[in-house]
Design a protein around this ligand. Structure first.
Ligand SMILES: Cc1cc2nc3c(=O)[nH]c(=O)nc-3n(C[C@H](O)[C@H](O)[C@H](O)COP(=O)(O)OP(=O)(O)OC[C@H]3O[C@@H](n4cnc5c(N)ncnc54)[C@H](O)[C@@H]3O)c2cc1C
Length: 234
């Protein structure tokens, strides 16, 4: 267990209302791709705490990053108003939603902002040259509400072992790709080799619970092949 004081060093627009916040990385802060941490913010004499998955890879030098939807909550207002250089407290790194130690074929199913935990793993695996075949099923309302679009596109163009499939519930006019929600029919059609893959599901709790149930129930995958990260608070 650790706790660190770190400075905000950068802010990046990621599409839709999504923003990444970068902080200096303390030399002794170790984490696995896909893990999460607690971020404490001061608001007057109160401390506000939320947890966030890393959207950075442990191989990224000098910074750690979180990515979030900037809704109008008290917490997000406090986060959004931090000036560059502001000090914040980071505590406790947790989680087992990681590709570290995994090989073979995997499929991430990310709902909206759940892409952060997938992105950390994907970026790390490609940087590290891990022998893993990765399929990302990325569910969003529309392309304009999806984060990391350009980053994912250039990663999949540069690496044969990453394929990204977008699934849109309210697509822009003219969209010819997948539509609707992630269900067993879509998995069987789009992920032909689903029987050979380990599944990593991340996103809002309702989406994660229903996709997990479908993978275990309708498709009959064993529990050991389905990992989930539920973003409580969405
Ligand atoms: C393991 C994990 C990883 C996460 N990773 C990310 C991430 O990468 N990016 C991201 O944007 N968000 C992530 N979240 C969610 C994040 O912690 C916030 O809950 C979310 O961003 C909503 O915050 P808000 O300030 O917009 O809403 P809030 O105003 O804080 O909350 C909206 C509603 O949710 C309830 N709520 C808030 N937090 C929780 C909680 N922990 N448990 C139960 N109910 C809660 C509130 O009571 C309120 O009713 C993660 C959560 C978990 C558990």
């Amino acid at each position: 267990m650790g706790e660190w004081e770190v400075r905000l060093t950068g802010r990046l627009e990621r599409g839709g209302d999504t923003v990444s916040f970068r902080f200096e990385r303390p030399p002794d802060l170790d984490y696995l791709p896909g893990q999460y941490f607690f971020l404490h913010l001061r608001k007057g004499d109160r401390v506000l705490v939320h947890h966030f998955s890393f959207s950075s890879s442990p191989l990224d030098k000098g910074y750690i990053e979180l990515t979030t939807r900037m809704r109008g909550s008290e917490y997000k207002k406090a986060l959004g108003s931090l000036p560059l250089g502001a000090k914040v407290r980071i505590g406790d790194v947790h989680g087992e939603f990681t590709l570290k130690g995994v090989s073979g074929k995997v499929a991430f199913i990310a709902g909206g902002i759940g892409v952060t935990a997938a992105y950390s793993n994907i970026k790390w695996a490609l940087q590290e040259g891990v022998k893993v075949d990765i399929l990302l099923l990325y569910a969003n309302r529309s392309l304009s509400s999806a984060a990391f679009l350009e980053e994912l596109q250039s990663l999949s163009e540069a690496h044969d072992n990453l394929k990204v499939v977008h699934i849109l519930s309210r697509p822009e006019p003219g969209w010819t790709g997948e539509t609707g929600h992630v269900n067993s029919e879509l998995i069987e059609r789009v992920v032909r080799d689903w029987r050979d893959r380990a599944f990593y599901v991340s996103g809002p709790p309702a989406m994660v619970a229903s996709v997990r149930e479908m993978l275990l129930g309708e498709l009959g995958l064993p529990e050991a092949r389905v990992k989930v990260e539920s973003f409580l608070g969405y």
